[in-house]
Design a protein around this ligand. Structure first.
Ligand code: ADE
Length: 413
C-alpha cells in the first residue's frame, strides 16, 4: 500500500499550509539545505510516528531531501491534518494516517510503516518503538523520541533491560522542552480550549494539573489571559515552585469545588476521577494536553452520565444523573492537537531540528549502547545559536580572560 489517507484531493490546501509553516522554520530549513546538498540520509529508510501536522510535513520533507525513504503514521488518532497527509502522499511519502481513525486502524497504519522495515524510527509517545519491540527489532539502528511521556516509557524499557537499540531522547534537549513543552503547549492548549468552547478565560478559575514544563507554560498563559490559576501537583518541589511562581496550589479534590476549566498535563492516569467529578461545579470544562487520553477517567464520567450530546466541535456535554452538566473537550485527547493545530511552527522548528540532527547522530555513531541518551550539549547549543540568528538576535561571547577564569579553580576571594 503506497499510502492510506482520507482524500488525495486535499493536497493543494496541504501544500499551502505546509509552506506557511516552513516560513517559520528557518533552523530546520538550514539543516535541510545541508541534508539535500550532502545527501546524508541517502537510501536510508526512516519510519515516523508523529502528529501529522504542517510542521511534521517539513521535517519529513527535509529527511526526503537528504535522500531517505520516509514512512509516516499518526501518533494520535485525532491529530492528523488530512490535507497534510494528502500533500505528503502526493510527494511520494508513505503516509498512513486518517483523522478520527480508531484503535485498530491506528495500529494497522503503524504496521504499514513497520512493513517498510525502517532502519531509524522517529517516535512521539513511544508507541512505534514499543510495537516494534513486540514484533521484530532486527535492522533497526536506533530511534528518537519526542515527548516526556515517551521518554519515561523508554527509560522504563531500559531499566527492564529490554531495549534492543539506542534511543535519543529529543525531549531532553534544552532547545526542545524549554520551548516546545512550555511555550508550545502553553499557547496551543489555550488555542484548543478557545476553538472548542469560545469561553472567556479572564476571571475564570483555571486548574492546571501538573507543573512540569507543559504545566508551567499553560499556567503562565492562562494567567496572562486573566485567569485565577490553580495548580495541583504530587511533587513537593514542583508544588513549591508553583506557589512561589504566584499560583494557588491545592489538592485536586479542593480545586474540583472551585474550578471552571480543568486541564491535565501530568502524563499519568486518572488525575481527574469520580470523586473530583462529583464535586465539580455545574458547567465545568475538562480537557487534557498530556500525551495519552488516560488522565481523565472517561469510563467513570460515562457511568455518572444520564445524557450525552455534542455541543460544538470537540466539546461534549455530559449531563450527570444529578442534573449537573460537565463538558469534556476532544474526548480527553490532546486538546491542543485535536481541537487546534498543535504547537506553532516557530517552536517546532527547534524540536524538529533536534529530531533531524538526532537521526544523523545515530547514523554517525554506530557504537551507541542500547540505552536512552541525549544529544550532545554542543548540538543543543548550535540549535539555539541558529534560532537566535534567525530572529536577528546577537549575544555576547566570553573573552579569553573570562574563559580562563571559569576554568581556574585557584582564583577565589
Ligand atoms: N506536537 C505538538 N505540536 C506539534 C506540531 N505542531 N506538530 C507535530 N507535533 C507536535
Amino acid at each position: 500500500m503506497k499510502y492510506h489517507i482520507k482524500n488525495i484531493n486535499l493536497a493543494s490546501e496541504g501544500y499551502r499550509r505546509i509552506d506557511w509553516a516552513n516560513s517559520k522554520m528557518p533552523v530546520l530549513s538550514l539543516i535541510g539545505d545541508r541534508f539535500r546538498r550532502k545527501k546524508v540520509l541517502k537510501n536510508r529508510r526512516i519510519g515516523c510516528c508523529l502528529h501529522v501536522t504542517t510542521e511534521t510535513a517539513n521535517l519529513v520533507r527535509i529527511l526526503k531531501a537528504g535522500g531517505a525513504h520516509v514512512y509516516l503514521c499518526a501518533s494520535n488518532p485525532l491529530s492528523t491534518q488530512d490535507d497534510v497527509s494528502a500533500a505528503l502522499a502526493k510527494d511520494g511519502i508513505g503516509v498512513y494516517a486518517i483523522n478520527g481513525e480508531n484503535r485498530r486502524e491506528y495500529y494497522f497504519n503503524m504496521d504499514q510503516v513497520l512493513k517498510a522495515k525502517p532502519e531509524i524510527l522517529i517516535d512521539d509517545g513511544a508507541d512505534l518503538i514499543s510495537t516494534v519491540h513486540k514484533k521484530r527489532t532486527k535492522g533497526v539502528l536506533g530511534a528518537t523520541e519526542e515527548t516526556t511521556t515517551g521518554v519515561i516509557r523508554l527509560k522504563q524499557m531500559e531499566q527492564d533491560k529490554v531495549l534492543r537499540f539506542p534511543i535519543v531522547a529529543v525531549n531532553d534537549s534544552l532547545t526542545k522542552h524549554l520551548f516546545d513543552n512550555r511555550y508550545g503547549t502553553g499557547q496551543s492548549t489555550i488555542d484548543g480550549i478557545l476553538r472548542a468552547t469560545n469561553v472567556l478565560i479572564s476571571g475564570s478559575n483555571f486548574v492546571v494539573a501538573g507543573y512540569g514544563w507543559c504545566g508551567r507554560g499553560l499556567a503562565m498563559r492562562a494567567r496572562g489571559m486573566g485567569a485565577n490559576v490553580i495548580v495541583t501537583e504530587v511533587d513537593p518541589v514542583k508544588a513549591l515552585e508553583a506557589r512561589m511562581d504566584g499560583y494557588n496550589v491545592m489538592p485536586m479534590i479542593d480545586a474540583a469545588k472551585v474550578g471552571d476549566i480543568f486541564i491535565t498535563v501530568t502524563g499519568d492516569i486518572k488525575v481527574i476521577r469520580r470523586e473530583h467529578m462529583l464535586k465539580m461545579k455545574d458547567g465545568a470544562i475538562i480537557g487534557n494536553s498530556g500525551h495519552f487520553d488516560v488522565e481523565i477517567d472517561k469510563v467513570v464520567l460515562k457511568k455518572l452520565t444520564r445524557r450525552q450530546r455534542s455541543i460544538r466541535n470537540f466539546c461534549e456535554e455530559y449531563t450527570l444523573k444529578s442534573g449537573k452538566k460537565l463538558y469534556l473537550l476532544s474526548e480527553g485527547r490532546l486538546v491542543n492537537l485535536a481541537a487546534a493545530e498543535g504547537h506553532p511552527a516557530m517552536v517546532m522548528d527547534m524540536s524538529f531540528a533536534n529530531q533531524a540532527l538526532a537521526v544523523e547522530y545515530i547514523l554517525n555513531n554506530k557504537k551507541l549502547k542500547n540505552v536512552v541518551c541525549t544529544l550532545p550539549v554542543k548540538i543543543d547549543e548550535s540549535i539555539a545559536h541558529l534560532k537566535l540568528k534567525s530572529m536577528g538576535i546577537k549575544i555576547d561571547s566570553l573573552t579569553p580572560e573570562q574563559k580562563h577564569y571559569l576554568t581556574s579553580w585557584k582564583m577565589g576571594t
